[in-house]
Design a protein around this ligand. Structure first.
Ligand code: ATP
Length: 271
């Protein structure tokens, strides 16, 4: 019997993986399985840039939230939960589209547990790439938008000035939580406005720098992983989508990212 097929959408943070996964799911009758290790947890919508209900356009999403922020969701947990989600999606004759930037999760799913997943499912991999300087500029602006959309309130909800939080576990590992700690402590101690303003500015700068560092680590891991996936990988370049102004960006997205990705997946599904 032919193996069921699974599409992976990989790429650094901010490249448009979630959007592409939804576009592909809409075209091929798919459902998205999140593979971003921070979006697995409930809450932190702004800071982890979770897709909104409107952006989902009715496409079912799996493992997007559903786990408490204090739980420590491991790569092994992801392998088990994602395998279950893929089984249920394929049983319903729909196409699983696994999308997210956590490459240790993808590596564990695809190459862990004796490569069981590759034995059971035929996989193809799309890699959405953006030229790093362009991506870093975009991410800096995105952090500013996150602050305007409630990033600080979201972190404040996780913050307790009387407790020394463990920033190495669960959702508190998300970039933005530890970085806001000094500001939130100053706020709890009723520090002067100028002190708080300086701490806030430093926190935002740090979040921007850490997010850019994250993309560099992600790229190294994707390069290594995709090296071992061989011809099953198709790279699409979304740089021009971020360079173009708002109106032209949608057309560039369709032409440069969606078009080649749809061709690649259609070919993969026909094989
Ligand atoms: P590692 O083994 O280094 O954890 P990974 O591939 O499993 O790598 P990444 O997705 O690269 O995981 O995440 C590394 C770290 O980056 C996370 O522990 C977290 O601090 C931060 N991070 C990742 N994704 C997000 C996100 N969506 N929002 C905020 N922070 C994130």
């Amino acid at each position: 019997m032919a193996k069921a097929k699974v599409v992976f959408v990989m790429g650094a943070t901010g490249t448009g993986k979630s959007r592409l996964a939804i576009d592909l799911a809409l075209r091929f009758g798919g459902e998205v399985v999140n593979s971003d290790k921070m979006q697995i947890y409930d809450g932190l919508h702004v800071i982890t840039n979770k897709v909104t209900d409107e952006e989902r356009q009715g496409v079912p999403h799996h493992l997007l939230g559903g786990f408490p922020p204090d739980a420590d969701f491991t790569a092994g947990d992801f392998r088990d939960e994602a395998t279950r989600a893929v089984e249920s999606i394929t049983l319903r004759c729909r196409l699983p589209v696994i999308a997210g930037g956590s490459n240790s999760f993808i590596e564990e799913l695809v190459e862990g547990a004796d490569r069981q997943f590759l034995r059971r499912f035929e996989c193809c991999f799309l890699w959405v790439d953006v030229h790093p300087p362009v991506l870093h500029r975009f991410l800096g602006e995105r952090v500013d938008r996150m602050v305007a959309s409630g990033l600080v309130d979201e972190v404040r909800a996780l913050f307790d000035p009387d407790v020394v939080a463990d920033y190495s576990r669960g959702a508190r590992r998300a970039i933005g939580v530890l970085e806001m700690d000094r500001f939130l402590r100053a706020e709890a101690e009723n520090a002067e406005e100028s002190v708080k303003a300086a701490l806030m500015e430093a926190a935002i700068d740090e979040i921007k720098a850490k997010t850019c560092e994250l993309t560099c680590c992600q790229l190294q891991k994707i390069n290594r992983l995709c090296g071992s996936f061989g011809r099953r990988v198709r790279k699409v370049d979304a740089t021009d989508v971020l360079v173009k102004g708002r109106a032209a960006a949608d057309a560039a997205w369709e032409e440069l990212v969606v078009g080649p990705s749809v061709d690649f997946v259609a070919d993969f599904l026909q094989r």
